[in-house]
Ligand binder design. Structure first.
Ligand code: KIV
Length: 263
């Protein structure tokens, strides 16, 4: 995955191979994640795992621009998607003004917007004004307070039909791909088959066009809670705590620094 992905190569991947997306919030991790990912998402989940807030809703444009620049600095060869924060795309004008800031103030390749049929006019307005848009349907983290929690979608025939309509509306509005989150696997599979652009799953089973995970979840750094769909590929929090404990013990015992660490 050394060649930078483009809108065209991302769209072409559908039906050819699963796409790998992962979040990053800073240059250090972006650089480490770049060799193994097709797309890096600067998710507003940074408000939780980086900023320690209870949900994503208080993330701001300034935060997203800052972190997106940091990620782009670390992963110069990656296709970078910047999440539009809650409240920044409630109407076409605000959406375009804020998305323009992403394109003018960072080198990001795309923005991401949560919503389906209800946001299709906004997605269309952005794409017709030169902004590449990644959609986000299913469980919408920015709706956590209005929905009273994180609710899995696609549990009824009505929800399934709504999700298919959402996906089609986002595709028709010009999005080049979309994330589908927290959806019953068999429904997500049908949704993916109902459109011609890649549908990237998170908590949506394997029969979609790719997967996205939050890096701090999959590396085991985020300890607050672990959603069912997260696989921890590393026990980051234990490794960090053990390493720092060792450092502290050595400092207290006068064993660090040694000769080789001394000028
Ligand atoms: O903010 C984020 O990290 C996301 C992913 C959960 C897809 O939107």
């Amino acid at each position: 995955m050394n060649k930078k992905m483009t809108i065209t190569s991302i769209e072409k991947a559908k039906g050819e191979r699963p796409l790998v997306m992962i979040t990053a919030y800073d240059a250090l991790f972006a650089k480490l994640l770049e060799p193994s990912s097709d797309m890096i998402l600067v998710g507003d989940s940074l408000n939780m795992s980086f900023a320690g807030k209870k949900d994503t809703l208080s993330a701001t444009m300034e935060q997203m621009l800052y972190h997106t620049n940091a990620v782009c600095n670390g992963a110069k060869n990656s296709f970078v998607v910047c999440d539009m924060p809650f409240g920044t795309y409630t109407n076409k004008e605000d959406a375009l003004r804020n998305a323009m800031r992403v394109f003018q103030e960072t080198p990001a390749d795309s923005v991401k917007i949560e919503g389906g049929v209800d946001k299709a006019d906004i997605v269309e307005y952005l794409t017709s004004n030169g902004i590449a848009v990644c959609g986000h349907i299913g469980l919408l983290p920015q709706s956590v307070r209005s929905e009273g929690g994180y609710k899995v979608k696609g549990k009824s025939e009505k929800e399934k039909l709504q999700l298919i309509q959402d996906a089609k509306a986002i595709e028709k509005a010009g999005a080049f791909c979309m994330v589908i989150e927290g959806v019953k696997a068999e429904v997500a599979s049908e949704v993916a088959k109902s459109v011609n652009i890649p549908v990237i799953g998170i908590g949506a089973g394997v029969e979609v066009d790719g997967q996205v995970l939050v890096f701090s979840d999959m590396l085991g750094f985020f300890e607050e809670f672990t959603p069912k769909f997260v696989k921890k590929y590393m026990d980051g929090s234990t490794l960090v705590k053990e390493a720092v404990r060792k450092y502290a013990d050595e400092v207290i015992a006068g064993e660090f620094p040694k000769e080789e660490h001394t000028y």
